[in-house]
Design a protein around this ligand. Sequence first.
Ligand SMILES: Cc1cc2nc3c(=O)[nH]c(=O)nc-3n(C[C@H](O)[C@H](O)[C@H](O)COP(=O)(O)OP(=O)(O)OC[C@H]3O[C@@H](n4cnc5c(N)ncnc54)[C@H](O)[C@@H]3O)c2cc1C
Length: 406
Amino acid sequence: MDLFHDSPLLTGVRQMLGGFAQHQIRPIAIQHDQEESMPWELMRTAQKLGLSQTAVLDGRKKLTGVAEDPDPTKPKSQGRLAVIGSEELAFGCAGICLALGGSGLAASPVARMGTEEQKAEFKRLLAGDDEKGHIKVAAMALSEPATGSDISGLTTTATRDGEHWIIRGSKQWITNGQSAAVYVVWAQTEPAAGRAGVRGFLVARGTPGLVPGRKETKLGIRASETAQVHFEDVRVHKDMMLGSPAVPGEASGGLADTKKMLDSTRPVVAAQGVGIARAAYEFLLDRVRGGSLHGTPMASHQHIMFELADMQMEITAARLLTHRAAWLADHHQENVAEASMAKAYAAKVAQAVTTRAMVLLGEEALAPGHPVDKWYRDAKIYDIFEGTGQIQRRILSRQLTGMNPT
Ligand SMILES: Cc1cc2nc3c(=O)[nH]c(=O)nc-3n(C[C@H](O)[C@H](O)[C@H](O)COP(=O)(O)OP(=O)(O)OC[C@H]3O[C@@H](n4cnc5c(N)ncnc54)[C@H](O)[C@@H]3O)c2cc1C
């Protein structure tokens, strides 16, 4: 019985994207990992299939052919569709999954905080091809060389100058940072307001002073581009600021109000961790079913089978947490704790399963181009971005007692 997909729509999406992962992503995954290159052609194919980069703005119709019920009080399926899709795509390759969906990170704050004009402008900037003939992508630039988890320390500033804001600062570890056609950059507009002074701005590629920087070489998810971006007195019209201007003394507004956004994106990231773990587990299971060790079937060795049994339990538990967090969001219920639990636990499972798979396979998995070696490297980032493991535990601790542990 399929425990996770309670409707033909969700099952259909799982089957469609599972097939896409198996037949279109897997065959090119190792090549893009080794070359550290984005799968531009596949990204175009995915877009044609309805895997919109701006699904969060467009709704689900492009992918499923069926629009979400417009009644805001009715349960949605967007959260569950996203976790189901993410698990399947990351099962194919987490780096390619991020290349296909990285623009969604920038689309989320636009969907949540943008005016209709800003949403239209964001989509316009993503239409057509870029100067290299690639489909256009977007980037969300928040992290800085000295600021990741704690955004109150942002040093990028936006200073008002008449009808414009002047943005100055550097961003680091930005997905699509080198190639983006449009950036959502976060800057401090009102230092006295701390976190509540941070605002997002839409900045188009080619704006004078916007300088894409060095591309990073990474351990894993190497098909997804990560780069620095510099903002050297970039002049942006005031209409391109997301949300209303910060008010000195007010503790809300801007990025301080977007925590809810993370509650819907964390389950999606968690689902990618589940996809990586499942990839390694299924690889091992296939090997065990047909293999022998010391002249007896591998499946008769308890130390191997107990590892597989544990992996199956852990993956299932991580998936249930992830679906629970998405289900709550779809049903307009608070999911702060569930989203953090899903993210922290799925990251742990992805690392634990891939590490044990490496051990069970032995030296074979150390060969360059071995899929288990790739999944082992891909898993690590899931404990870092979208809130590190420690940050998730901090959120959970605060939920338990109302206090921030020091
Ligand atoms: C491949 C990749 C892609 C990325 N993509 C993007 C992107 O598109 N856009 C973007 O803006 N950013 C992106 N990031 C940045 C990512 O979000 C940050 O790396 C992450 O937030 C952690 O920040 P940091 O690296 O500065 O670590 P820090 O925040 O400096 O943390 C360092 C260590 O201290 C711990 N720590 C920090 N604060 C606390 C605390 N209060 N309590 C306990 N422990 C704590 C952390 O858990 C961590 O172990 C990406 C990063 C990578 C590696």
